[in-house]
Design a protein around this ligand. Structure first.
Ligand SMILES: Cc1cc2nc3c(=O)[nH]c(=O)nc-3n(C[C@H](O)[C@H](O)[C@H](O)COP(=O)(O)OP(=O)(O)OC[C@H]3O[C@@H](n4cnc5c(N)ncnc54)[C@H](O)[C@@H]3O)c2cc1C
Length: 455
């Protein structure tokens, strides 16, 4: 039996987008995944749409529809901001996989039951197809994109809390333009969408303890939460009626251990999961796929840089997870109305993981060699690292900051014009880059974004 060079497990955005990102690098992966079983309504940012355009995802883009207006009430202030695109995830994920297939990706619909590392290298993957037939597939490299269902190989590095999201749909809602609504309330926060057909979907996010206190009665908890809301009921109207059954999903931000090695990688939720208040999982899956593709290319075609590629993915996932958790905590701390309520006490006190916890106080800027993406692969280049930019910054505009700083270190009195000539950029570009380096040397001000603001 011949071994597949790259086998991707899963059928969500991480799997389909990674498979598409590998094709232009001359790598043809095989994908084995089971389609998402339960429907879920989620919001997508413009940046996801930009990624879909970049990948030419015709099917997924066709099902997006117009952008929804977004209204939020948080910490006593109300804002209407740039909108989001609202999708039903099982349909969206299927469209994305259709796009991958249209790009030439080989997809097998099936449920993976076992991934076994074999002693002479590579993996054996056992899976069952849609007709119940069992298969064994051999692969040199496995990329885990099975989301939170991906088996855990070691204890999580950081898993600060667990919440539960309960969703219910309503009919007979007053007709509105498409609008999404975010609102904080005593027991948690809510996110919903109201569409022009008189339908609405409303997700409330509460502690698991609150659910337990109500004997796990989803309906009772949802109704109690709706009773505590002030903004969203204005949109739902007084005649709205619950339809269908309620669904519950766990929200469990986590940075997993054992995410990357030379032949096994984790991408998307299988690598780290955000709180949907501050980070947008589909965007993270897309950006994770875009980062994993050059790393896989390096592991296969430039194995001398394999350690750099693995370190690049490690640093990236750790830093992004930390910054999303910092953003979530800033948002939770911004809301002080119900400071003593159990939900808010828990969400304002959770521990951050490194490197965000390392703080914003010590503004040491160093020049370090780090892995960066260049020509579809990962190579080591000098970048400027600071507490606020733990992964390093390579360019400011056209200016290579590594070259700029080393020139200034070697020639402390060098003029802007001489730098401009040495770096082949304009004196204005040099001035902007120098100003940027100065801001890196100052402590960053802590600040929260709007809830569910899209990065
Ligand atoms: C309550 C809640 C609300 C959220 N809201 C938003 C939002 O509004 N916007 C947003 O961007 N993100 C949101 N997210 C996050 C988002 O759902 C995930 O981050 C995103 O789906 C991650 O994509 P993924 O491809 O990594 O994993 P997933 O989408 O989980 O995909 C995993 C895939 O693996 C398949 N699979 C699982 N087990 C097996 C197996 N044994 N064999 C084969 N295949 C398997 C699954 O069927 C699925 O296709 C929310 C999450 C939660 C919990």
């Amino acid at each position: 039996m011949s071994s597949i060079p790259v086998l991707i497990l899963g059928a969500g955005p991480a799997a389909s987008l990674l498979s598409m990102a590998l094709q232009p690098l001359g790598i043809s992966p095989v994908v084995i995944g089971r389609h998402r079983r339960r429907p879920a309504v989620e919001g997508l940012s413009q940046r996801v749409v930009d990624a879909l355009v970049g990948f030419e995802c015709r099917h997924a883009l066709e099902m997006l529809g117009p952008r929804w207006h977004r209204v939020s009430r948080w910490a006593g202030s109300e804002s209407a901001m740039n909108g989001e695109f609202v999708v039903e995830r099982s349909q969206f994920d299927r469209s994305l996989m259709q796009d991958a297939i249209a790009h030439g990706v080989s997809f097998h619909e099936g449920t993976v039951s076992r991934v076994k590392r074999v002693s002479d290298g590579g993996f054996e993957v056992i899976w069952q197809d849609a007709f119940g037939n069992h298969h064994l597939t051999q692969a040199a490299m496995v990329v885990e994109c099975r989301g939170q269902a991906a088996p855990k190989e070691a204890p999580d590095i950081h898993a600060p809390y667990a919440l539960v999201a309960i969703t219910r749909t309503f009919s007979n809602v007053p007709v509105h333009d498409r609008v999404t609504l975010t609102e904080s309330f005593e027991h948690g926060w809510a996110w919903g969408g109201v569409d022009p057909t008189g339908m609405a979907s409303l997700q409330v996010v509460v502690t698991q303890e609150m659910l337990a206190e109500h004997d796990n009665d989803l309906s009772a908890v949802h109704s109690r939460c709706v009773g505590a809301l002030t903004l969203i009921p204005d949109y739902l109207g007084t005649a709205c009626e619950p339809t269908g059954h309620l669904s519950a999903r766990a929200i469990r931000p986590v940075l997993r251990a054992a995410r990357f090695s030379r032949d096994q990688l984790h991408v998307g939720d299988a690598c780290y999961t955000n709180d949907p208040l501050s980070g947008h999982g589909v965007f993270e899956a897309a950006s994770g796929a875009l980062a994993a593709a050059p790393a896989i290319n390096t592991l296969i075609h430039h194995p001398r840089d394999a350690d750099t590629a693995v370190a690049y993915l490690e640093d990236r996932s750790r830093a992004i997870f930390a910054s999303r958790m910092q953003a979530a905590r800033d948002l939770y701390r911004l809301e002080t109305t119900w400071r003593d309520a159990p939900f808010w006490r828990q969400m304002q006190a959770f521990e951050l993981s490194a490197p965000a916890a390392a703080g914003r106080s010590a503004p040491a800027v160093t020049l370090e060699e780090r892995g960066v993406v260049e020509s579809g692969r990962i190579v080591k280049r000098p970048v400027l690292v600071s507490p606020e930019y733990p992964r390093g910054v390579r360019f400011s505009g056209q200016v290579d900051l590594g070259q700029l700083v080393s020139l200034k270190q070697r020639h402390p009195d060098i003029s802007r014009e001489a730098l401009s000539r040495a770096l082949s950029v304009s004196p204005d570009d040099v001035a902007m880059a120098c100003a940027f380096v100065r801001t890196m040397q100052q402590p960053a001000a802590a600040g929260a974004e709007s809830p569910r603001a899209h990065h």
